[in-house]
Design a protein around this ligand. Structure first.
Ligand SMILES: [Zn+2]
Ligand SMILES: [Zn+2]
Length: 190
Protein backbone atom coordinates (compact mmCIF):
# COMPACT_ATOMS: atom_id res chain seq x y z
CA UNK A 1 0.00 0.00 0.00
CA UNK A 2 1.22 3.54 -0.78
CA UNK A 3 2.02 5.73 2.26
CA UNK A 4 0.00 8.68 0.98
CA UNK A 5 -1.81 9.99 -2.08
CA UNK A 6 -3.02 13.56 -1.72
CA UNK A 7 -3.54 14.56 -5.35
CA UNK A 8 -6.68 12.80 -6.54
CA UNK A 9 -9.63 14.14 -8.49
CA UNK A 10 -13.20 12.96 -8.16
CA UNK A 11 -16.44 13.68 -9.98
CA UNK A 12 -16.43 16.98 -8.05
CA UNK A 13 -13.99 18.19 -10.74
CA UNK A 14 -17.04 18.51 -12.94
CA UNK A 15 -15.83 20.09 -16.21
CA UNK A 16 -12.44 18.36 -16.24
CA UNK A 17 -12.88 16.08 -19.23
CA UNK A 18 -10.30 13.58 -17.95
CA UNK A 19 -12.42 12.61 -14.94
CA UNK A 20 -14.66 9.62 -15.61
CA UNK A 21 -18.09 9.27 -13.97
CA UNK A 22 -16.88 6.19 -12.08
CA UNK A 23 -14.30 8.28 -10.16
CA UNK A 24 -16.62 8.66 -7.19
CA UNK A 25 -15.90 9.28 -3.54
CA UNK A 26 -17.24 5.82 -2.71
CA UNK A 27 -14.93 4.05 -5.14
CA UNK A 28 -11.82 6.00 -4.14
CA UNK A 29 -12.47 5.36 -0.45
CA UNK A 30 -13.22 1.69 -1.05
CA UNK A 31 -10.03 1.01 -3.04
CA UNK A 32 -7.93 2.19 -0.09
CA UNK A 33 -4.76 2.21 -2.23
CA UNK A 34 -2.83 4.43 0.21
CA UNK A 35 -2.70 4.70 4.00
CA UNK A 36 -3.62 8.40 3.75
CA UNK A 37 -5.89 9.41 0.89
CA UNK A 38 -6.71 13.03 0.14
CA UNK A 39 -8.90 14.57 -2.52
CA UNK A 40 -7.83 17.74 -4.28
CA UNK A 41 -10.39 18.68 -6.88
CA UNK A 42 -10.03 21.87 -8.90
CA UNK A 43 -11.07 24.69 -6.58
CA UNK A 44 -12.63 26.74 -9.37
CA UNK A 45 -14.79 23.79 -10.44
CA UNK A 46 -15.95 22.90 -6.93
CA UNK A 47 -16.82 26.54 -6.31
CA UNK A 48 -16.42 28.51 -3.11
CA UNK A 49 -20.10 28.12 -2.23
CA UNK A 50 -20.06 24.34 -2.48
CA UNK A 51 -16.76 23.84 -0.70
CA UNK A 52 -18.34 23.07 2.66
CA UNK A 53 -20.49 20.32 1.18
CA UNK A 54 -17.44 18.99 -0.68
CA UNK A 55 -15.44 18.89 2.58
CA UNK A 56 -18.24 17.19 4.48
CA UNK A 57 -18.57 14.41 1.94
CA UNK A 58 -14.87 13.60 1.92
CA UNK A 59 -14.44 13.81 5.67
CA UNK A 60 -17.40 11.46 6.10
CA UNK A 61 -15.61 8.98 3.82
CA UNK A 62 -12.43 9.23 5.94
CA UNK A 63 -10.51 11.19 3.31
CA UNK A 64 -8.36 14.30 3.80
CA UNK A 65 -9.65 17.46 2.19
CA UNK A 66 -7.46 19.33 -0.23
CA UNK A 67 -7.94 21.40 -3.36
CA UNK A 68 -5.99 22.27 -6.48
CA UNK A 69 -5.72 26.02 -6.99
CA UNK A 70 -5.15 27.32 -10.50
CA UNK A 71 -2.83 30.27 -9.96
CA UNK A 72 -3.02 33.55 -8.09
CA UNK A 73 -6.54 34.51 -9.16
CA UNK A 74 -8.03 31.86 -6.89
CA UNK A 75 -5.63 32.22 -3.98
CA UNK A 76 -7.66 34.59 -1.84
CA UNK A 77 -10.92 32.62 -2.16
CA UNK A 78 -9.01 29.39 -1.51
CA UNK A 79 -7.61 30.80 1.73
CA UNK A 80 -11.11 31.44 3.06
CA UNK A 81 -11.96 27.73 3.01
CA UNK A 82 -11.26 25.07 5.57
CA UNK A 83 -9.00 22.41 4.07
CA UNK A 84 -6.23 20.10 5.34
CA UNK A 85 -3.66 21.19 2.72
CA UNK A 86 -3.50 23.03 -0.58
CA UNK A 87 -2.06 22.16 -3.98
CA UNK A 88 -1.12 25.10 -6.19
CA UNK A 89 -0.60 25.55 -9.94
CA UNK A 90 2.37 27.92 -9.92
CA UNK A 91 2.79 29.32 -13.41
CA UNK A 92 5.95 31.30 -14.07
CA UNK A 93 4.39 34.65 -13.08
CA UNK A 94 5.35 37.07 -10.31
CA UNK A 95 1.79 37.00 -8.95
CA UNK A 96 1.88 33.22 -8.55
CA UNK A 97 5.13 33.23 -6.55
CA UNK A 98 3.62 35.95 -4.32
CA UNK A 99 0.46 33.88 -3.88
CA UNK A 100 2.63 31.04 -2.53
CA UNK A 101 3.92 33.37 0.22
CA UNK A 102 0.37 34.20 1.27
CA UNK A 103 -0.73 30.56 1.25
CA UNK A 104 2.23 29.67 3.46
CA UNK A 105 1.08 32.23 6.03
CA UNK A 106 -1.83 29.89 6.81
CA UNK A 107 0.58 27.42 8.41
CA UNK A 108 -0.76 24.49 6.43
CA UNK A 109 1.02 22.42 3.83
CA UNK A 110 1.34 24.04 0.41
CA UNK A 111 2.23 21.61 -2.37
CA UNK A 112 3.52 22.95 -5.69
CA UNK A 113 1.73 20.82 -8.29
CA UNK A 114 3.68 19.13 -11.10
CA UNK A 115 6.09 22.09 -11.64
CA UNK A 116 7.61 20.52 -14.75
CA UNK A 117 4.24 20.65 -16.50
CA UNK A 118 3.77 24.36 -15.75
CA UNK A 119 7.32 25.65 -16.31
CA UNK A 120 7.45 26.71 -12.66
CA UNK A 121 10.83 28.23 -11.83
CA UNK A 122 11.74 26.30 -8.66
CA UNK A 123 14.44 28.88 -7.85
CA UNK A 124 11.60 31.31 -7.11
CA UNK A 125 9.49 28.93 -5.00
CA UNK A 126 9.86 29.44 -1.22
CA UNK A 127 11.67 26.44 0.31
CA UNK A 128 8.82 25.99 2.82
CA UNK A 129 6.61 24.74 -0.02
CA UNK A 130 6.50 21.04 -0.73
CA UNK A 131 7.23 20.00 -4.29
CA UNK A 132 5.21 17.30 -5.97
CA UNK A 133 6.53 14.41 -8.05
CA UNK A 134 3.45 13.45 -9.93
CA UNK A 135 2.74 10.23 -11.78
CA UNK A 136 0.66 12.00 -14.42
CA UNK A 137 3.35 14.39 -15.66
CA UNK A 138 6.80 13.50 -14.28
CA UNK A 139 7.78 11.36 -17.27
CA UNK A 140 7.14 14.22 -19.69
CA UNK A 141 10.40 15.97 -18.87
CA UNK A 142 14.07 15.40 -18.33
CA UNK A 143 13.32 14.99 -14.63
CA UNK A 144 16.95 14.54 -13.61
CA UNK A 145 17.90 18.00 -14.81
CA UNK A 146 14.59 19.63 -13.78
CA UNK A 147 14.33 18.27 -10.21
CA UNK A 148 17.90 17.12 -9.51
CA UNK A 149 19.30 20.55 -8.54
CA UNK A 150 16.51 21.03 -5.98
CA UNK A 151 16.53 17.80 -3.98
CA UNK A 152 18.25 19.49 -1.03
CA UNK A 153 16.20 22.70 -1.20
CA UNK A 154 12.73 21.16 -0.86
CA UNK A 155 10.82 18.39 0.77
CA UNK A 156 8.81 16.33 -1.72
CA UNK A 157 5.48 14.55 -1.89
CA UNK A 158 4.62 11.83 -4.37
CA UNK A 159 1.17 11.81 -5.96
CA UNK A 160 -0.91 10.08 -8.57
CA UNK A 161 -3.01 13.01 -9.88
CA UNK A 162 -5.58 10.33 -10.64
CA UNK A 163 -8.63 11.28 -12.67
CA UNK A 164 -9.69 7.67 -13.28
CA UNK A 165 -9.65 4.57 -11.09
CA UNK A 166 -6.80 2.95 -13.04
CA UNK A 167 -4.62 6.02 -12.49
CA UNK A 168 -4.59 5.47 -8.72
CA UNK A 169 -0.94 4.48 -8.61
CA UNK A 170 2.46 6.18 -8.36
CA UNK A 171 4.73 3.76 -10.17
CA UNK A 172 6.64 6.25 -12.34
CA UNK A 173 6.70 8.96 -9.68
CA UNK A 174 8.16 6.55 -7.10
CA UNK A 175 10.81 5.35 -9.53
CA UNK A 176 11.88 8.97 -10.18
CA UNK A 177 11.93 9.82 -6.46
CA UNK A 178 14.10 6.79 -5.72
CA UNK A 179 16.51 7.71 -8.55
CA UNK A 180 16.75 11.29 -7.24
CA UNK A 181 17.35 10.04 -3.70
CA UNK A 182 14.29 11.92 -2.45
CA UNK A 183 12.68 10.82 0.81
CA UNK A 184 9.01 11.63 0.73
CA UNK A 185 7.58 14.07 3.28
CA UNK A 186 4.53 12.42 4.87
CA UNK A 187 1.96 15.04 5.84
CA UNK A 188 -0.31 13.14 8.18
CA UNK A 189 0.18 10.51 10.86
CA UNK A 190 -1.40 7.12 10.35
ZN1 LIG B 1 -2.84 20.15 -12.04
ZN1 LIG C 1 -4.72 17.60 -10.52
Amino acid sequence: MLPQDLHIHSTWSNGDASVVPEQTIGLIAELHHARVVGISDHFELVGEDCFEEYSREFRAAGLKVGMEIDGYRWESAARSTDADYRIFHCYDRNADYKALDRLLEMDQAVIVAHPNALSTNLDRVPPECLVEINNRYIWRCDWRSFYGPFVDRFEFVISSDAHQPNWLNQTVARHVAAELGVREKLLFRT
